[in-house]
Design a protein around this ligand. Structure first.
Ligand SMILES: [Zn+2]
Length: 127
């Protein structure tokens, strides 16, 4: 997990966008079941338009035809680890039924599975 943390940290590139928008102050790195690593950055712009770093990394993974995430971490520009928001937890779950076992770094030295973060699945019937 430390390697993924370093990859995510090295992906952080904060930048200002038009009219109070910003991007790149959170970065995510994920490792798939095949061992491939994909990264993504956040985008925050006015009018509630935005994209979490996890969503960008997952889009990159899907672009390469993979869906099963072994490990994932998101890092803020100050180096702190950010647990995935509720929407990202759900997205990780929705792209592959096996992702309940995805290991998520939620704090320095603390990793949990997605199943631990989402114990009562609303969609268990369709797994
Ligand atoms: Zn999110």
């Amino acid at each position: 997990m430390n390697d993924l943390y370093t990859i995510a940290r090295n992906t952080i590139k904060p930048m200002k966008l038009k009219k109070n928008g910003e991007a790149g102050h959170v970065a995510c790195a994920l490792e798939t079941a095949s061992g491939a690593v994909f990264t993504g950055i956040c985008i925050d712009v006015p009018c509630s338009i935005g994209l979490c770093a996890e969503q960008a990394a997952i889009a990159e993974m899907l672009k390469h035809g993979e869906t099963q995430i072994r490990k994932i971490v998101a890092v803020y520009e100050d180096g702190s680890i950010l647990p995935p928001c509720g929407r990202c937890r759900e997205l990780i779950s929705q792209v592959d039924a096996r992702n309940g076992e995805t290991i998520i770094l939620v704090a320095d030295g603390k990793a949990v599975t997605l199943n631990e973060l989402l114990p009562e699945r609303w969609d268990r019937k369709w797994d």
